[in-house]
Design a protein around this ligand. Sequence first.
Ligand code: ZN
Length: 304
Amino acid sequence: MAPVFLALAALGSAAGTPYPANRLAVADPAFERVAELRERPSAAQAKPQRSRYSVTIPLDPVVRGTPQPRILGPKGRPLVVIDAGHGGHDPGTISPHGGTKEKNVVLSVAKRIRDELLASGRVRVALTREDDTFLVLRERTAIARNLGAKLFISVHADSAGEQATGSTIYTLSEVASDREAHALAQRENRADILNGVNLSGESNDVTSILVDLAQRETMAASLEFAKLVRRESAPLVPFRSGGLRMAGLAVLKAPDMPAILLELGYLSNREDAARIRSVEGQQNIAIGLRRAVEIHFAKQMATR
Ligand code: ZN
């Protein structure tokens, strides 16, 4: 992203409008428009400015009326948004071992990750939901983008036969890395359809995700972050073979923000269910993520 940002910074200062750090670093009026609306919602009525230097990138509209969760942590630090999957009338998967609901256990883990990140003092943190609220997939991404998040981590737990165990980190891809990843994306993307969200007005079909130029850069950054999470978590958290997979997950489609979806493990497996429920298991997940997040932003600072 760095060369693009520098070019833009030059453009911005030439026009007498320096780019604040929280601006999106792509020369596209649509991005500008999103950033403008974020700062000044009344601008929705005004005509967007035309730029001679533009590329057209389709963007999902900023969803209006999305909740504005509280942001914790020291001012000026990059914002990490943690997204606990499902919620409300959508329980997610339910464990046959003790009846643990995915929506509850991922919320506990999300809060543990938040607390661990805040203890480091290096980042600010917000949760897409802090209680048993239902959010549609695009609201989750919209919340993070509206807040100007620099990293998005969606937390889920999976379910398969008794045999499947271990964590998996998913990143966005047009083509699923394997059949299992494809099936997982279909399950998670169905959250919206099952919950009666009308997708007919959507510019993109959540089952076949079109990926644009800006998204590709973000996807590469997401994969780098996913590898960091696996490396830093490996001593603490058991991973399913390889630990990394790719799929067309709707909740990961934000063109301007690296994003991963962490499947904590399988609630259908007895040991995994016990690990994901336990304080120690949850703390280990949080520690691995905190280390990866620290390194991710330290690397960004070093290349700036
Ligand atoms: Zn899920």
